[in-house]
Design a protein around this ligand. Structure first.
Ligand SMILES: Nc1ncnc2c1ncn2[C@@H]1O[C@H](COP(=O)(O)OP(=O)(O)O)[C@@H](O)[C@H]1O
Ligand SMILES: [Mg+2]
Length: 352
């Protein structure tokens, strides 16, 4: 696989994010007089290619939602670039922003919060259909029913005049997905879209997302703190820690041969009957809380919690180590991954 940056890839990506930073100034210190800066997203680059599902995983607070909001144009980037189908979305005027909103749709964690309780599902679907002129006014009802059929609320006609409270959690999420695909987007950003659902419903929604992807050639940026849901749906995984990417690679590689101790530690929360993972689990466990994104640790951001950290990790930011097949880990000792997974540690240098 080419080691060139994602931006030089042959098929034009649906989404390209380059060195994105989203910083939030917040009041802090004595009497809230100091301005501090939350480094929510702090230099993230990634690409989603047509038909691809890219997972963004990491603990709560690592910047996943902020990344999603930036991609959707809902929060201003402090620095960096975001392009959809090659077109920059930072600094768009109102008309271009509307066009962007059609191409990139979102599905959130809480379908109850994201559906207007006072609107029937028909009027929820009618709004984007008419704003973006997807079908003539006279056909909106029929199109809305068709969309509901597509997401498994069938017969769609029977659901059109219902209100969100008349739906179950899974049905509400299906309705949200119908709204997202109503405007025929190219990219769907799903932020913890199945995290709040019961496990059986979760599997159904994942299957639905998979079917819609195949049917409409959609691409997904699939954000979750739960690695367990990633394996069935996602082609590639991007692992974030404290505003930065620590590892990325094909899903299978991330699961079976994590190159970063943080990725291996995340696996501990993911029940998989894989002996290699079980071995990694024995030695790489996560302790302590995520440090504050106001003052992230120097060097490798993970070094304060890393079970195999050495002195260099507190001093120098780790380089990106290419591990083949498009897997890349930002760890001084990524090349030693099989050793520390087996419990030997990276050796030589003593612990700081
Ligand atoms: N509007 C905001 N103002 C200040 N801090 C924020 C804001 N939004 C998010 N943050 C902070 O940015 C960090 C990343 O948050 P978020 O993107 O929600 O993470 P995740 O979705 O991975 O849980 C957190 O420390 C959060 O408190
Ligand atoms: Mg979030």
């Amino acid at each position: 696989m080419a080691e060139a940056p994602a931006f030089a890839a042959a098929a034009a990506p649906v989404l390209e994010v380059r060195d994105l930073k989203v910083h939030f100034p917040v009041a802090g210190g004595w009497f809230q007089r100091e301005t501090r800066v939350v480094h929510a997203v702090d230099g993230v680059s990634l690409a989603v290619h047509p038909g691809e599902v890219v997972a963004v995983v990491g603990e709560s607070g690592c910047g996943k939602t902020t990344l999603a909001r930036a991609v959707l144009g809902l929060v201003d980037a402090t620095a960096g670039e975001i392009r959809v189908k090659g077109a920059p979305i930072i600094g768009l005027d109102a008309a271009s922003l509307r066009a962007h909103r059609r191409r990139v749709q979102m599905v959130f964690q809480d379908p109850f919060d994201s559906l207007n309780p006072r609107k029937t599902i028909l009027s929820t679907l009618a709004q984007p259909l008419s704003i973006h002129g997807i079908v003539p006014a006279g056909e909106i009802r029929r199109e809305a029913a068709r969309l509901l059929d597509l997401v498994g609320l069938s017969p769609g006609e029977a659901f059109l005049d219902r209100y969100p409270h008349q739906f179950s959690g899974g049905q509400r999420q299906r309705a949200c997905i119908a709204r997202a695909i109503a405007v025929r987007p190219e990219l769907v950003v799903a932020d913890e879209a199945v995290s709040a659902l019961d496990i059986s419903i979760r599997a159904q929604i994942l299957t639905l997302l998979q079917r819609l992807k195949a049917e409409f050639g959609l691409s997904y940026l699939f954000i979750t703190h739960d690695l367990g849901v990633v394996r069935s749906l996602c082609d590639r995984v991007v692992v974030m820690y404290l505003g930065r990417i620590v590892e990325e690679g094909p899903t299978e590689r991330i699961f079976t041969a994590p190159g970063h101790p943080y990725t291996a530690a995340l696996m501990a929360s993911c029940p998989l009957p894989d002996p290699r993972l079980a071995r990694a689990r024995k030695t790489v466990t996560l302790s302590g809380d995520l440090p504050s994104p106001v003052s992230p640790p120097a060097g490798c951001r993970f070094h304060t919690r890393c079970p195999v950290a050495q002195a260099i990790c507190g001093r120098e930011a780790p380089p990106a180590i290419e591990l083949g097949q498009g897997q890349r880990a930002h760890c001084h000792f990524a090349a030693d991954a099989p050793r520390w997974q087996a419990g030997a540690g990276p050796a030589q240098e003593s612990k700081p």
